[in-house]
Design a protein around this ligand. Structure first.
Ligand code: PEP
Length: 255
């Protein structure tokens, strides 16, 4: 399948940044800058409290709103957690799952990533499941082993129908927030490997349709080089998505 058949996704992960007022200010600059963009889906993931402000600001635009995490249970005694129903009601269409910061600091495991992914799909949300190796893994030649374990323990456990509705983000941990980007060739090599895992586990057709985003210090000055790789179906952008002009120039990388 040619690249043009996989619609690209450029998603911004705001992490724990921006109040509601800052969110409204972001969208008032961002919306006009990307309103004519048709070449990719645009997603913004604010913190939970700013989701309603983001949804209101993105209404009737080409921008979808994502959450950054969820709990797999519908409701219950889970202090501090947010369910899929709450996210859907708030207007979210996507949810980031298993980001390395959640795996590293908040105890996300292969098992919870799998539960969260299934819950998101059952609620009609599109999960963006993050995988990626630490620097020590890359330096010791374990990149494929780690990515395979994360794939097998997460997206690999889905049914084919569920898998067809998932996005994967390959985010080498050593490239997140460090200014150190994987070269386009390094990223493409791992994307190809993940696609091969998808073909082995599911089918060639589902593997070809799978969208794999790259994340890790994506900036306005490196997005073009990354997107020149057919294997890269978009980007998950952290720091550079906080500034409306900078994120718009990433979204508009084709112009
Ligand atoms: C991220 O948070 O997913 C990310 C890739 O961050 P950054 O772009 O800042 O490296």
């Amino acid at each position: 399948m040619s690249q043009t058949k996989r619609r690209r996704v450029i998603a911004g992960n705001w992490k724990m940044f921006k109040t509601q007022a800052e969110t409204r200010a972001f969208f008032s600059t961002f919306v006009p800058l990307v309103s004519a963009s048709r070449h990719c889906s645009i997603v913004v993931a604010p913190p939970f409290t700013a989701i309603p402000a983001a949804v209101a600001a993105a209404k009737n635009t080409n921008i979808a709103i994502s959450a950054q995490n969820l709990h797999w249970e519908k409701e219950g005694a889970f202090t501090g957690e947010i369910s899929t129903g709450m996210l859907v009601e708030a207007g979210c269409r996507y949810v980031i799952i298993g980001h390395s910061e959640r795996r590293q600091f908040f105890g996300d495991t292969e098992e919870t990533v799998a539960k969260k992914t299934k819950a998101a799909l059952a609620a009609g949300l599109t999960p963006v499941v993050c995988v990626g190796e630490h620097l020590s893994h890359r330096e010791s030649g374990q990149t494929h082993k780690i990515c395979k374990a994360q794939f097998d323990g997460g997206p690999g456990l889905l049914t084919p129908d569920e898998f067809s509705r998932v996005l994967i983000a390959y985010e080498p941990v050593w490239a997140i927030g460090t200014g150190r980007t994987a070269t386009p060739e390094m990223a493409a090599e791992v994307h190809k490997f993940l696609r091969q895992l998808a073909a082995e586990k599911f089918s060639a057709k589902l593997a070809e349709a799978l969208r794999i985003l790259y994340g890790g210090s994506v900036k306005p000055d490196n997005i073009k080089g990354l997107m020149a790789q057919e294997e890269l179906d978009g980007a998950l952008v952290g720091g550079a998505s906080l500034d409306a002009k900078s994120f718009a120039s990433i979204v508009n990388f084709t112009s």
